[in-house]
Design a protein around this ligand. Sequence first.
Ligand SMILES: Nc1ncnc2c1ncn2[C@@H]1O[C@H](COP(=O)(O)OP(=O)(O)OP(=O)(O)O)[C@@H](O)[C@H]1O
Ligand SMILES: O=P(O)(O)O[C@H]1[C@H](O)[C@@H](O)[C@H](OP(=O)(O)O)[C@@H](OP(=O)(O)O)[C@H]1O
Ligand SMILES: [Mg+2]
Ligand SMILES: [Mg+2]
Length: 347
Amino acid sequence: MSSPMYRIGYALSSKDGQRFMQNSLINQAKQRGIDLIEIDPTKPLAQQGPFDCIIHKIYGSDWNNQVQQLSLHHPNVVVIDPPEAIDHLHSRASMLDVVTSLKIPQGNQTLGVPNQRVLEESENLVDSIDEIGFKFPFIAKQVSVDGSAKSHEMFLVFNENGLKKLKLKKPFVMQEFVNHGGVIFKVYVVGDHVKCVKRKSLPDISEGTLNSMAPEEGLLLFKQISNLIAKNDSSEVEGYISGVEKLVEAAEMPPSEFVTALANGLREAMGLRLFNFDLIRDSRDGNRYYVIDINYFPGFAKMPEYESVFVDFFCDVVEEKRRNVELEAKENQEVRGGEIEESKKLV
Ligand SMILES: Nc1ncnc2c1ncn2[C@@H]1O[C@H](COP(=O)(O)OP(=O)(O)OP(=O)(O)O)[C@@H](O)[C@H]1O
Ligand SMILES: O=P(O)(O)O[C@H]1[C@H](O)[C@@H](O)[C@H](OP(=O)(O)O)[C@@H](OP(=O)(O)O)[C@H]1O
Ligand SMILES: [Mg+2]
Ligand SMILES: [Mg+2]
């Protein structure tokens, strides 16, 4: 008799679903007894399924309520991850707070986040950056992370001129630019699997070159630098970062024990199992690292061998669920056994 298939439901936007649900993943999962079933987030979740587990990345309170109700009425469905934990990553004003409170063994490495300050809707963008205690250059990032292209648009602001021209909808985060050698480390976390890769980033800006590197406007609009693939110098930012490929190639990876400890620390502190984070290394101190961004359910299909990593993860999840159900049944049996003994004594 063949063993039953485990049912993993996935609720993703159509773009994310197309990128993530490659045939290679679906087939590898099938071979290991896992069925991946599409959930339609516009229809009641309770009427779809049954599921052993669901994974999801859908924005909004309607969806969150549906998932919370499912957990309440069907506690045996493993929900990856809890909506309220995911919501913490939807604001750049607070997403990095968790990093500052992490207690991880760091060897020689030290960890931090760049200085940042939120410019609220009620505030005026001050003419002089000195008034708010910030140094140029800095990056202005929209506070809200909502999956839109706009939420990835940011400005590198070089000087007062750029500050005056900055037109970003408030509230936004002003975050100090940390020189990091033009390379970011993207660390993917899938349960206890951790994979670190190198990606392109913005080049260093020394005090001496601050003004000579600044575009005429005094600021530079960019988005998803790390995902820019073709270098055709068609946009200002592509011209600005031309040459960083060589830096990426030459860059040494951060120590793997440090990356793993950091990934596990973040996973536990945030209560999330599917995310990635961007790590940069200070150009002035090779042991100083900063986390600058954390993303829920990022473009995992770009992670090397993502199919086998996910199939292993799904198998771990259903195995854990199976053990819990068994344990629960055993506990119930013991309770019932105890009750029978008690009632015999009474007779
Ligand atoms: N404080 C900083 N110092 C130096 N470089 C930075 C800083 N913040 C962001 N960057 C650069 O800008 C890029 C985009 O910033 P960030 O990661 O915050 O944006 P994002 O749109 O949320 O990215 P993702 O596509 O990973 O979600 C980073 O990958 C890095 O290259
Ligand atoms: O589409 P939203 O919800 O904005 O999320 C993005 C993440 O913020 C990015 O981190 C993903 O790119 P990386 O996987 O390179 O980090 C990016 O991956 P993608 O470019 O493959 O879609 C997205 O998942
Ligand atoms: Mg990022
Ligand atoms: Mg991000």
